[in-house]
Design a protein around this ligand. Structure first.
Ligand code: ADP
Length: 509
């Protein structure tokens, strides 16, 4: 394939490093991944060693080139993406000083309180767009300072997971703005580090790398990295974006008016905004987008399709999801007044409450298993609507379309419920390739294959439609169903507040 101009996206997720190659039309021509393991040395801890990411990247880059039957010379540019928020700490010589502390590590509740106290909670939300959560990077830095002072004393550079790959590929210390904003050391409006937050937390500004917009060039593949990976020395490496932002680029949620909804184990609502919108209570995440000059709001239902998974495993282990959902179709819209709260793992949005619990409310002798199942599907939809409502309250313009992906989206009934509960057209995501695909598109934009990210995502969608025969499922809200769901949602919203004292009491018992 001489003369080929391909773009590579590399995604360092929690479970694998994935490398994916696309051509100039946006079609995937090769991909490969290498698995990663997670280390939990103590309860609440989650760590990985950056050296394992690099080893996984070398393997998956080589395998992706082989899968596409090309040499590294065919790759015109590389974009990076990966798990957000993880703390990678390096010394003055670029050596890793301790294993990376990951996004799902929960050891820093005390440091979050300290950040709120030192910066001021309202001020923190106003500057960074976010409240302090244990998942974010800043509390992890404070934890190291407090618990491992000898490690902290050696720290000179702070990176996020994918930026460690960038450092190994190019020797450059650099980060994209989407991932940078997930550290909560970032001024959301200025799209750069916040001197005020850094000063309040005593974190030296020189430890943080320069940040770049998603398609910008951050460095070139070094001779040494070329030797290891099979890439060509001098290949430009673009900034890319954190996994949520890159995934949104991949599904075309790059413009205000198009939201992306991932109905996986957890449910993620991602909405692009033209301005830095902030939910004043910090109940939504507000980050920079990987699209230059745009931002996004994000909310998370912890047990979305995970609620259906729990329900199946616990109450109907011998039935398939398809069987259960077909049965649920027999129950009427609104499940004859049966409501389900999906807080099986506590909740994140709109109630950041680890003690919240699940419930069916309104059971009568008339209700059958079909009602129970349908109520689960509807309750998850109501929870996702809560996030959309918070976004509207924060100033999100009306949506023309929501693009849905994830395992739950396989169910047509669940899509129809969502469209009517949310009151918005629900379309299929044009690709399920995920964040690596979005990173490859960003690389293509940076290399001039497309003039901007919107054009790239439109071209990519056309390429995907050509492969899929142009059939993309779109579901419109049903006015009759909407009329049932509107009053039911009012009742659903009242339930958390009514049950909160019980949840708290049960947690103590
Ligand atoms: P993850 O977020 O863990 O990657 P997935 O996106 O693969 O998860 O989603 C898995 C979930 O999708 C399952 O737990 C199940 O709840 C749901 N699911 C899978 N198939 C179906 C189906 N046919 N109908 C409804 N839900 C389904």
């Amino acid at each position: 394939m001489a003369g080929e101009r391909l773009f590579m996206g590399i995604d360092v997720s929690t479970t694998a490093v994935k490398a994916l190659l696309i051509d100039g039309s946006g079609a995937v021509v090769g991909q490969a991944s290498a698995p990663l393991t997670l280390s939990t040395p103590l309860p609440l801890w989650a760590e990985q060693h950056p050296a394992d990411w690099w080893a996984g990247a070398v393997t998956s880059i080589r395998s992706a080139l082989t899968a596409a039957n090309v040499s590294g010379d065919a790759v015109a540019a590389i974009g990076l993406t990966g798990q957000m928020h993880g703390l990678v700490a390096l010394d003055a010589h670029g050596q890793v000083v301790r294993p990376a502390i990951l996004w799902n590590d929960q050891r820093t509740a005390k440091q979050c309180d300290e950040i709120r106290q030192r910066v001021g909670r309202e001020r923190l939300i106003q500057i960074t767009g976010n409240d302090a959560l244990p998942g974010f990077t800043a509390p992890k830095i404070l934890w190291v300072a407090e618990h491992e002072p000898e490690v902290y004393a050696r720290m000179r550079h702070i990176l996020l997971p994918k930026d460690y790959l960038r450092f190994r590929l190019t020797g450059a210390y650099a980060m994209d703005k989407a991932d940078g904003s997930g550290t909560i050391l970032f001024d959301l409006r200025a799209r750069d580090w916040s001197p005020d937050v850094l000063a309040a937390l005593d974190i030296p500004a020189e430890w943080l790398p320069p940040t770049y917009e998603g398609p910008a060039i951050t460095g070139m593949v070094s001779e040494m990295a070329a030797g290891e990976t099979g890439l060509r020395a001098g290949t430009p490496v673009m900034a890319g974006g954190g996994d949520q932002a890159a995934q949104a680029v991949g599904v075309g949620a790059t413009r205000s008016g198009i939201a992306a909804l991932t109905l996986g184990t957890s449910g993620v609502v991602f909405a692009t905004t033209d301005a830095p919108l902030i939910e004043p209570e910090g109940r939504l995440h507000a980050f920079c987008h990987a699209v230059p000059g745009r931002w996004h709001l994000m909310g998370v239902t912890l047990s979305a399709a995970g609620s259906l998974q729990w329900y199946r495993d616990t109450l109907a282990p011998s039935d398939s999801f398809e069987t259960l959902v077909a049965e649920a179709e027999q129950a009427p819209t609104g499940s004859d007044g049966l409501l389900f709260l999906p807080y099986l793992m506590g909740e994140r949005t709109p109630y950041p409450d680890p003690q919240a619990r699940g419930a069916w409310v309104g059971l009568t002798a008339r209700h059958t298993r079909a009602h129970l199942t349908r109520a689960v599907l509807e309750g998850v939809a109501f929870s996702l609507k809560d996030t959309f409502e918070l976004m509207r309250g924060a100033g999100l313009a009306s949506l023309s379309e929501t693009r849905v992906s994830g395992g739950g989206a396989r169910s047509m009934l669940w899509r129809r419920i969502l469209a009517s509960v949310l009151g918005v057209e629900l379309a299929s995501a044009p690709t399920t390739e995920g964040a690596a695909y979005g990173a490859a598109l960003l690389a293509g934009v940076g290399a001039g294959a497309w003039p901007d990210v919107d054009t790239a995502t439109q071209a990519a969608q056309a390429a995907q439609e050509a492969i899929g025969g142009g059939v993309f499922l779109s579901v419109q809200p049903d006015p009759a169903d909407e009329a049932v769901y509107t009053p039911l949602y009012t009742q659903y919203r009242a339930l958390y507040l009514a049950l909160k004292p019980t949840f708290d009491a049960l947690a103590v018992l």
